[in-house]
Design a protein around this ligand. Sequence first.
Ligand code: GTP
Length: 348
Amino acid sequence: MNNAVSLSHSAQYLKKAVPMMVKYRMPVTPINYAIWYCYFQGNKPSLNIELDQVISEHQTCTQSKAKEIFDKHLSDEDLALFQEMSDKFHNTVENIQQDISITLGHSKSFSTSLIDSQNEINSLIDTNSFNDILGCVERLTDESIAMQDSAREFQTKLSVAYNEIKDLKEALNLSKEAADTDPLTGFYNRGKFDSDINDFCREYSEQTTESSLAALIMFDIDHFKRFNDDFGHQKGDEVIKLVAKKVKENLTDKAKVYRYGGEEFCITAYFDTINDLVAFAECIRQEIAKLAIRKKQDVNNKRAISASFGLAMLRPFTKSSVLVERADRALYIAKTHGRNRVEIAPDI
Ligand SMILES: Nc1nc2c(ncn2[C@@H]2O[C@H](COP(=O)(O)OP(=O)(O)OP(=O)(O)O)[C@@H](O)[C@H]2O)c(=O)[nH]1
C-alpha cells in the first residue's frame, strides 16, 4: 500500500473511531482509539468479533475491557504505530494546507497579471478589430478567477479537515494527560513518576537546568490507616484530598508532585540552596500539620493530620533508583524519629 493510499485510509479510520467512542460512551483514550481504529481497519477479525460482542451485551466497553481487548489483540507497538500514523496524517494535512496557500497566492497573481494585461490591451485598442482579442482575454480572466475560487473552496475544505485532525490530536493529548494523572489528587500518578524520574536525574547530570540543586522529597501521611479504620475509607480519601490541596497551595513553579502510592507522595524540585530545600519541605509540613478532620456532627472527635518528609539531594550521575532509595530512607528515619518531621538523607 503506498503512502497516499494508507494515509487516506488512516484518515477514514480516524474519523470513524471517534463517533463510535461517543456513541458507546467510551472516553477518548489512546487505547479506545486504537481498538476502534483497528476495528475499522479490519485486519484483526477476532478483535471485531469480541468488540461487537461486548458492545451488543453492554452497549459500552469499560476501560478495563478495552485494555483486555487491546492486550489480547494488539501490542504497544500497534499503539505506537497508530500514534505515528495520526501524527503523520496531521503533518501531511498541515503541509498540504501550506501548499494550497502558496498555490492560491500564485493563482491570485496569475489573475492579477491577466487583468493588468487586459487593462493594457484596453488602453491600446481604439478600433473594433481588437474586440476578439479582448473577448479572449476576458474569458481567460474569468477562468483564472474561477480557478482561484475553486482553489479557495478546496482550501476551506482542507481547513475543516485540518481542524478535525487538530481536535482529534487534542483529544488524544488530553487523554494522555488523564492517563498520567491521579484522579483523587490531580497530581501526576506513579506511572508518570516512573517515567519522569530518569529524565529528572539525567537532565541534572547533563546540566540542562539552571538551578544549582535538585532534590527528591518523599512524604507520607502519618498513621493514615487509623483515619480509614476510625473514620471510614471516604474520610480517608478526604484526608488525602486535604493534604493535596495544601501541597498545591505551597508549591513553587519548579516543583512537580506525584502520588507515589496510597498516602505517599513525591516531589521533584529545583532549589538554589539546601536552606531553600529544607524551608520548602518545612513549610509544607507545617501547613499540613494545621489540618484536622472530624466525624460528621461529632465536634469532639477531631483528629489532627500530619505528614513525615524525607529529602534526598541529587548528585550528578546518580541513578534514579539510588535517589528514590535515599529519599525513602530519610522518610523512614522521619517516621521512626517520631513523625511530623523533615529528615535529610544522611549521605549528603
Ligand atoms: N482511604 C484510602 N485509603 C488508602 C488509599 N490508598 C491506600 N490506602 C490505605 O492507606 C493505608 C496505609 O497505611 P500504612 O502505610 O500502614 O500507614 P500507617 O502505618 O497507618 O502510617 P505510617 O506508619 O505513619 O506510615 C492502608 O490501610 C491502605 O489500605 C486511598 O486511596 N484511600
